[in-house]
Design a protein around this ligand. Sequence first.
Ligand SMILES: Cc1cc2nc3c(=O)[nH]c(=O)nc-3n(C[C@H](O)[C@H](O)[C@H](O)COP(=O)(O)OP(=O)(O)OC[C@H]3O[C@@H](n4cnc5c(N)ncnc54)[C@H](O)[C@@H]3O)c2cc1C
Length: 521
Amino acid sequence: MQVLHIVWFKRDLRAFDHRPLVEACRHGAVLPLVIVEPKLWQQPDSSARQWDFYAESLHDLRESLAALGQPLVVRLGSAVEVLELARQRFCIQGLWSHMETGNGWTYGRDRAVAKWARLHSIKWVEIPQFGVIRCLRSRNGWARRWEERMVQPIPSPPQALQPLVGINPGPIPSASDLGLGADPCPGRQQGGRHQGLALLQSFLVERGALYHRKLSSPLTAFDSCSRLSVHLAWGTLSMREVVQTTRQRRGLILAHPGKDRGQWLRALSGFESRLHWHCHFIQKLESQPDLEFQELHPLTAGLRSSNSEHLLAWAEGRTGLPFVDACMRALIATGWINFRMRAMLMAVASYHLWLPWRETGLHLARLFVDYEPGIHWSQCQMQSGTTGINAIRIYNPIKQGQDHDPHGIFIHQWVPELRQVPAVHLHEPWLMSLAMQESVGCLLGFHYPRPIVEPVAAARWAKEKIWAQRQEFGFKELAKEIHGKHGSRQPGRAASGRKRRSRASVATDSASFKQLDLDLS
Ligand SMILES: Cc1cc2nc3c(=O)[nH]c(=O)nc-3n(C[C@H](O)[C@H](O)[C@H](O)COP(=O)(O)OP(=O)(O)OC[C@H]3O[C@@H](n4cnc5c(N)ncnc54)[C@H](O)[C@@H]3O)c2cc1C
């Protein structure tokens, strides 16, 4: 039997800055393995668009590893079954992987793999892949530990991999092989490390120059945000390399005289804060895996009720609120939308439409090619007011549209039914008279829906409900405990310079203040 180590690639599809690969290679021959688990891809948060990105990245990784001497091996099946077949054929000296903070299904799968490894006395070495800490006892000192990890030297990739004889690399299945339904996404980002590196480069030397000013509007964000989330989510780039490259770029800018720096330093500092948040949010799920399913603050549970009509209208971009519909349709077509618009989509669903966050969160998860469970579920709860520790933010979708798409360019692009409607009526087309509707060829209720809720009244009603709930006996005490476990320890900034917190706010997570402050810039 051939003696070897298995390197199990999951959400880390790269050979660069891959410590499990480097460490395993030091110990002997390596089988680089991806296990495509049909059950994982049939979970309600998975989609064909995510798989297509993943499959492109697998092809890219296979080429990189083949250049080192041993192509990536891909096998279909449950992880335990595939590993057991490998055990029957090889003498496995060790199993190496990055730690994964995935969804509930992968958590259960990892426990089954750990049990299998123990049963067969195979050592499974899991190495952290970014700033998330397993078995974290306290959030105190977390930021310092994040920094320590980010400045660690990046290990040189292995010079060569020992070729394994008689192993077929195996086909990379298609989305339909995995039973995934049609999911057209013409504007989807392409997978593969090369794409990620090109984005990092273009962001740091060109596109990111005014990042802090352009990240909030969907008109500018598609180009001015880094667009690296999908590469960080599937691991085609490592967080450490993104942080270190950003800091090198800052060093280069600092070498220029002040007048030649433009606004780069501010842009890069805003960007780096967000890289920090990436891990801050994933840490929440790592420390409390049930937050994917249950309200972080137990007293916020069961507040909302299902409404299939509202859910469908929101999910398809047919709410009759033009800016909301434009954002949803852009997301459907591209698999991405900027942070502020994600927050608005979620807040409209949770407050104006009063829909349960888990149902709407699943829809968004499937649409996001960059779906990252730890960020996603923490954000879904935060934007729905169920964490108990974040400021309540009920976005006004009309004002958001007027602020971030004043001339209606984005709405015209994504809601063609409204193309003839003049900008002055675009954000509230229901204010058009019937004669006006006829003259622009857009009859409400026929060509484009009437709003499914009256936005101002719906927001007021939601605010009253939330406010009443926060007065319940024991709410604040529980919120304090939650903050102790999950809240950021960075000194919070008061909400000065912008609207005071509403009376419904009991925010204690300073990260949320920072987030809101930055996004209002
Ligand atoms: C309801 C909701 C769901 C979300 N779901 C996801 C998700 O599944 N996957 C995901 O990567 N992001 C998610 N985000 C966070 C954020 O919207 C995206 O990370 C960001 O828009 C990605 O675009 P970018 O790479 O150009 O980001 P940039 O603005 O260029 O930021 C750089 C990186 O920082 C991280 N980051 C940025 N903003 C945040 C944030 N608010 N919280 C945590 N990390 C952040 C991401 O890794 C991002 O790639 C969600 C936000 C909301 C409100």
